[in-house]
Design a protein around this ligand. Structure first.
Ligand SMILES: [Zn+2]
Ligand SMILES: [Zn+2]
Ligand SMILES: [Zn+2]
Length: 209
C-alpha cells in the first residue's frame, strides 16, 4: 500500500468530538483534502457539539468575542464614516467570523487552541469599539440611554454590560435589568392592555344592565 506517506494532520472529527488537536498520521489523499478545506468555514460547532463552548475556555471566549463583533458590525455597516474608512473589512481576513456566530473552519479551531484567534478577535473588538464609542460622532449618537435608570452612562446593545429586551428590543444596563427583572416598556404595554380589557369588560357589564 502506497497510501500512507507518513503525513500527519489535525483530524476534524477528533477536534469536534473531544477537542483533540494532536496531529495524527493520515493518508495522502486525506492530507490533500484537509489542506484544501482547512480555511473553509464548514464546521457548525454549535450544532455538532455545543458542550465544547463551556468545556473549552478559549472556545467560550471566541464565541463571546464573535457575538460582540457581530453586534458592532450592525453599527459599522450603517455608518457612513465607517464605510468611507473601511473600518469593517480593513482588519478582517476571515469574513465568516463576523458574518455568523456558528460556523468555524478547522484553522479557526487550531488557532483558538493556540490562543491566536482570541487574541486577533480581541484586537478587532478594540478597533471597532474605538470607532463606535470614541472616534465617531455618528455612532456615538446612536448610543442608548438605559430605559430603566435613564442615567448618563450610555449603553450599546453589543456591550457585555448591556441587555436587549428580546420582546421589544429596548436596551438597558444588565445590572439594572437584573435588579428589576422586567423590561419597563413591556410592562407599560402590558398594563395598558389590561386596563383596556378592564374598561371593555366594564362597558359590557354596564350595557347588560
Ligand atoms: Zn461610525
Ligand atoms: Zn441602567
Ligand atoms: Zn421590552
Amino acid at each position: 500500500m502506497a497510501c500512507h506517506w507518513g503525513g500527519r494532520a489535525v483530524v476534524p472529527a477528533r477536534v469536534v468530538r473531544n477537542w483533540d488537536l494532536e496531529p495524527r498520521p493520515v493518508c495522502q489523499a486525506a492530507l490533500q483534502q484537509l489542506r484544501i478545506t482547512a480555511h473553509r468555514p464548514i464546521i457548525n460547532l454549535e450544532k455538532i457539539n455545543p458542550r465544547l463552548f463551556s468545556l473549552v475556555q478559549e472556545l467560550g471566549l471566541v464565541k463571546r468575542l464573535r457575538t460582540e463583533l457581530i453586534g458592532m458590525k450592525k453599527y459599522l455597516t450603517v455608518c457612513r464614516k465607517a464605510t468611507e474608512d473601511h473600518v469593517l473589512w480593513k482588519h478582517v481576513d476571515a469574513p465568516h467570523l463576523i458574518d455568523s456566530l456558528d460556523m468555524y473552519s478547522l484553522q479557526d479551531l487550531v488557532d483558538t487552541n493556540s490562543g491566536e484567534l482570541p487574541f486577533k478577535l480581541h484586537s478587532l473588538v478594540e478597533i471597532f469599539s474605538n470607532h463606535i464609542k470614541v472616534d465617531c460622532e455618528i455612532c456615538k449618537g446612536r448610543a442608548h440611554i438605559c430605559v430603566i435608570c435613564l442615567c448618563n452612562e450610555v449603553v450599546y446593545p453589543f456591550d457585555t454590560t448591556g441587555h436587549t429586551c428580546s420582546n421589544c428590543n429596548s436596551v438597558m444596563h444588565k445590572v439594572c435589568y437584573n435588579r428589576k427583572n422586567q423590561c419597563p416598556k413591556c410592562l407599560r404595554i402590558k398594563s395598558r392592555m389590561e386596563e383596556e380589557q378592564n374598561n371593555n369588560q366594564k362597558e359590557n357589564e354596564e350595557g347588560t344592565d
